[in-house]
Ligand binder design. Structure first.
Ligand code: AMP
Ligand code: ZN
Length: 437
């Protein structure tokens, strides 16, 4: 196989040099962090007053972990480390409470991010001759703009198609002779069904590659998409706290995701003991960003479960590879690429006085896509009421949930006392999607 490198010097850098570069950048990132109110306090508590207190990479251990709750506690400016007028963009994601986690970017940060993204895209064999249709949500979500900038950086004709509307997507693919797609794996699977329904012949399309990320999927799902759409599928991993996509990506070997270690320090820890996992053992990924000046984040607990490959990659890159993410160490659900915490749903349901005490969240597959159903008990007198009231209540729940979690679930109202009650700890989430990872 002929491999190509966006930045061969960095991508194939010998490990010892790579680690020296990491240490240099970590020290710089510590200086940056000390300018952010949150870390100024946190680091001084553990005796880190300047980058001189970090002498080796092992000194990272002195720094406490950062969690999503810390980011929320620091909202809106606790993690900002440059003057506000140097900030050119923000991205944010919602969470368990109404407080979002927000990441700020300087001009240089955006440039850095685009560079890492370009590196990922180029590693899959794309060139400036490709036409790239980015079929993912733009806006506060990082998948849209992140991939967009990377595509442009590579020099590809980059189409900001956005998510949904398969008919329009097919039309664009035909009109502009798209060769590369990016979408969630569920949307890629869905696309094939729609292609058949719409009578779009595969021969009328020019697609060769697809990037799939933002949610977990198995090797079998990859193979299925590849067989159905006749494209090569590459796994893309990232999270908004670490810029978004561009953290780890598969190369042409399609066997594990290279994590760009000049931009991120990756650790894998046992989620219970928080001690380092043994070589090759599965644990929670912890990341420190080394390539951002506006919002430093040190030792972030991603909650994503994975392990390192122990063998080097045939492509010659020296940056370690991560196995597919197999799940999370918290209860976050990913529904068609959108992150949802069960507590967000509970908050909405319990704020409505018509709703009873018991509820159930059911996630299942509806064709290729995920379907969310919220079953909730309603007070007896309302249940006996006329069906117009029940329908109005249903609509109200759907609307409120849509505002809170950006998903319109199916809502079922049940008579008080009719939903199953589990003995012991309540099991309110039934995730019935096949677990084939
Ligand atoms: P967000 O911050 O909204 O971009 O969501 C980031 C989360 O999406 C990650 O922490 C993962 O749980 C999940 N995620 C992103 N990419 C992948 C992937 N390729 N495989 C599995 N999960 C992913
Ligand atoms: Zn490789």
């Amino acid at each position: 196989m002929q491999f190509q490198y966006w930045n061969a010097e960095i991508e194939k850098m010998p490990r010892a040099e790579l680690e020296a570069l990491q240490l240099k950048r970590l020290k710089k990132e510590i200086e940056i962090a000390l300018r952010a109110p949150f870390y100024k306090e946190r680091l001084s508590k553990v005796g880190i007053k300047s980058s001189d207190d970090i002498k080796t990479l092992a000194d990272l251990n002195k720094i406490p972990f950062t969690t999503k709750d810390d980011l929320r506690d620091g909202f809106p400016y606790g993690f900002l480390s440059i003057p506000k007028d140097e900030v050119v963009r923000l991205h944010s994601s919602s969470g368990t409470t109404g407080i979002p986690t927000v990441i700020y970017f300087s001009k240089e940060d955006i440039k850095q991010w685009a560079g890492y993204m370009a590196r990922c895209i180029f590693a899959t064999g794309c060139t400036k001759s490709d036409v790239f249709q980015n079929m993912i949500t733009y806006g506060l979500f990082t998948g849209g703009l992140g991939f967009h900038q990377g595509g442009e950086e590579v020099g590809m004709l980059t189409i900001p198609a956005g998510a949904g509307n398969t008919a329009r997507q097919f039309k664009m693919m035909q009109d502009y002779q798209t060769t590369v797609l990016h979408a969630t794996p569920s949307f890629l699977l869905h696309l094939e069904t729609k292609m058949k329904e719409a009578g779009v012949p595969r021969e009328s399309l020019f697609i060769k590659k697809a990037f799939g990320g933002a949610e977990p999927y198995s090797e079998d799902t990859r193979k299925r998409i590849e067989a159905l759409l006749k494209v090569d599928v590459y796994n893309s991993y990232g999270l908004s706290e670490m810029n978004g996509p561009g953290v780890a990506f598969e190369c042409q070997c399609k066997d594990g995701l290279h994590i760009w270690e000049d931009g991120y320090i990756a650790e894998i820890v046992n989620p219970d003991t928080l001690q380092p996992a043994k070589d090759g053992e599965t644990g929670e990924l912890v990341l420190t960003i080394l390539c951002r000046e506006a919002t430093p984040i040190l030792r972030y607990r991603t909650r994503d479960l994975t392990s390192f490959y122990t063998e080097p990659c045939a492509c010659g890159r020296t940056h370690r590879k991560l196995k597919r993410i197999t799940g999370r160490s918290d209860d976050m659900l990913i529904i068609n690429g959108v992150n949802v915490f069960p507590s967000q749903i509970e908050e909405v349901i319990m704020s409505l006085k018509e709703v009873g005490n018991n509820y159930l969240i059911v996630v299942e597959k509806d064709g290729a896509l995920d379907k969310l159903t919220v079953k909730t008990e309603v007070n007896a007198e309302i249940f006996m009421d006329d069906s117009r009231h029940l329908n109005a209540l249903k609509e109200k729940i759907i609307e409120t949930l849509q505002t809170s979690i950006s998903i319109s679930p199916k809502v079922e109202l049940h008579e008080s006392g009719s939903l199953p009650i589990s003995e012991g700890k309540a099991v309110r989430v039934h995730d019935n999607r096949p677990k084939d990872v």
